[in-house]
Design a protein around this ligand. Structure first.
Ligand SMILES: *[C@@H]1O[C@H](CO)[C@@H](O)[C@H](O)[C@H]1NC(C)=O
Ligand SMILES: *[C@@H]1O[C@H](CO)[C@@H](O)[C@H](O)[C@H]1NC(C)=O
Ligand SMILES: *[C@@H]1O[C@H](CO)[C@@H](O)[C@H](O)[C@H]1NC(C)=O
Length: 239
């Protein structure tokens, strides 16, 4: 009886060890199979949740191209209860920490900064509902557009003829006052943010439906990112 028990125990231990070894081999194979491209993740129906105001929680996004820009469009989805100002999208270069800054100044007012020059936009914002916001800028005319939930705000003009520098540091959750740093807790984002897309041209939203798959600077379905501090990736529950 005792011998039988011992054999059973030995067998169990042996098969467990084998299973662990196999799993380990599978993992190793998996690792070897991973191409560098798999650093890019499809974040469809996922969002970043920033649970608290902080000066050290943020997400960096790696652009698909690192070139100079004369035109851009950036779109994001945000869901927040904040009434204070906060950074929506911070794009810094060595030339300007506010190369592009999309900032919500207060309820009903957004500002767009390009090459350190700022213009403001007024909007009737529904409170406590998610917002789809897009900003565009074209160097040739200097015209800047902001669209909130598909509605264009009064256009502004800034930095005509300017070229945005290459090698941007793109950060969600904080406003950069230095390249990749200089954060201020009172400008941090609190809530949910996702669906980040960026193009190196002005998307003609007035011409109809936009195909986000074509976004060629940042693409939520092909995103390389790094989370720092307290940021959680969760499913998107609302559109
Ligand atoms: C920016 O857009 C203008 C107008 O469409 C275009 O002529 C110009 O070539 C664009 N610049 C770049 C660098 O793509
Ligand atoms: C943030 O705002 C609070 C309240 O207005 C203030 O007491 C605090 O000094 C501010 N912190 C920074 C870093 O500006
Ligand atoms: C959107 O663009 C992608 C890539 O160019 C293409 O494969 C897809 O068919 C387009 N979708 C629609 C609805 O046009």
């Amino acid at each position: 009886m005792e011998k039988w028990l011992l054999w059973t125990l030995l067998l169990i231990t042996f098969s467990r060890t084998m299973a662990l070894t196999e799993n380990h081999e599978e993992e190793n194979k998996e690792r070897q199979r991973l191409p560098t491209q798999s650093l890019y993740k499809d974040l469809h129906r996922k969002v970043f949740l920033f649970p608290a105001s902080s000066a050290d929680s943020y997400v960096t996004l790696s652009p698909l191209k690192n070139t100079e820009l004369q035109n851009f469009t950036v779109c994001l989805w945000t869901y927040t209860e904040l009434t204070r100002g906060y950074s929506v999208f911070s794009y810094a270069t060595q030339a300007s920490t506010n190369e592009i800054l999309l900032f919500r100044d207060s309820v009903g007012q957004y500002s767009l900064t390009v090459g350190s020059e700022e213009v403001t936009f007024q909007v009737q914002e529904p409170s406590f509902t998610p917002i789809n916001i897009c900003a565009t800028w074209a160097s040739a005319s200097g015209v800047a557009e902001i669209w909130v939930d598909g509605i264009p705000l009064v256009r502004k003009v800034l930095k005509q003829g300017y070229t945005l520098s290459a090698n941007a540091m793109i950060i969600l959750g904080q406003d950069q006052d230095s390249y990749g740093g200089g954060f201020d807790i009172n400008q941090s984002f609190l809530g949910e943010i996702g669906n980040v897309y960026m193009w190196d041209y002005v998307v003609p939203f007035h011409e109809g439906k936009t195909n986000c798959s074509q976004a060629n600077v940042l693409n939520w379905k092909k995103m390389k990112y790094e989370k720092m501090g307290h940021v959680i990736m969760v499913p998107q529950l609302r559109d």
